[in-house]
Design a protein around this ligand. Structure first.
Ligand code: PGA
Length: 244
């Protein structure tokens, strides 16, 4: 595990941005796995900056998103389709055909998830996967007790996640209770993984995930088994990890 400690959210975003930028410069047709949530927004700003100021070329990059809410349309302002268009896709030079995001309105989720796994294989796997971490240790929407062998599938969101997500919705009833997500085995097959965590509220779970037992109770703990994991934290979280 490579640990990068930063002094601020801006620095965390810049470090992550540099790694992604270097990866694209090295491989123009990089297969890039993306995450949503508040944590990677600064990283996406950095990528937009790299496009505008340095002309970084995204035209051959292939994008796969980690997850999507189930039962909401891609035009819905809370969908992850919408999030990605808003924060990244509409601002860089991408080939729309190279964007893969799970369809929250699929009529046949099993077949759709199989198709998604097939697409990742067809593109020879994810080169670089960006991850955030939920306060309950989820990565993607792999909630506690998800199998380490899990693949892309429909999942029930747990109470804490529904509560955490409710800040974006007008009422509790509107918060999706299910989602489609890449599985833990799918994520672990990415060649390189960057885990980003910022803020004191993530300290406890980061300690558990990176220094505690590897257990399905803490889905992110599986990352300890990954051979090329880069963790970028802010300094408020770092002492906990350094003094292991
Ligand atoms: P956050 O979400 O980036 O908004 O903290 C992370 C997650 O739940 O995976």
């Amino acid at each position: 595990m490579k640990l990068i400690i930063t002094n601020s959210y801006d620095e965390l975003s810049q470090k992550a941005g540099q790694i992604v930028k270097q990866a694209i410069l090295k491989k123009a047709d990089l297969v890039l796995g993306l995450a949503t949530g508040s944590t990677p927004i600064g990283l996406y700003k950095e990528l937009v900056k790299a496009r505008n100021k340095e002309g970084l070329d995204f035209s051959k990059v292939i994008f796969f998103n980690l997850d999507e809410y189930f039962g909401i349309a891609s035009e819905n302002k809370n969908s992850y389709h919408y999030f990605m268009q808003k924060h990244l896709f509409s601002k860089i030079n991408i080939n729309q055909k190279s964007i893969f995001i799970l369809n929250g309105q699929t009529k046949n989720e099993a077949k759709h998830c199989q198709w998604y796994e097939g697409k990742i294989k067809e593109k020879k796997g994810i080169d670089l996967q960006i991850l955030g971490i939920g306060a309950n240790g989820h990565i993607g929407f792999n909630e506690p007790r998800s199998s380490f062998n899990s693949r892309t599938r429909l999942v029930n969101l747990n109470k804490q996640t529904i509560k955490d997500n409710s800040r974006f919705f007008s009422s509790m009833d509107d918060v999706p209770k299910k989602a489609l997500t890449m599985g833990l085995a799918t994520i672990m097959e990415a060649k390189t993984i960057i885990l980003l965590a910022f803020g004191k509220h993530k300290a406890k779970i980061i300690k558990k995930a990176l220094t505690g037992p590897i257990t399905e109770k803490v889905p992110a703990s599986v990352l300890q088994n990954h051979s090329d994991l880069i963790v970028i934290l802010d300094k408020k979280l770092s002492p906990i990890v350094i003094h292991r």
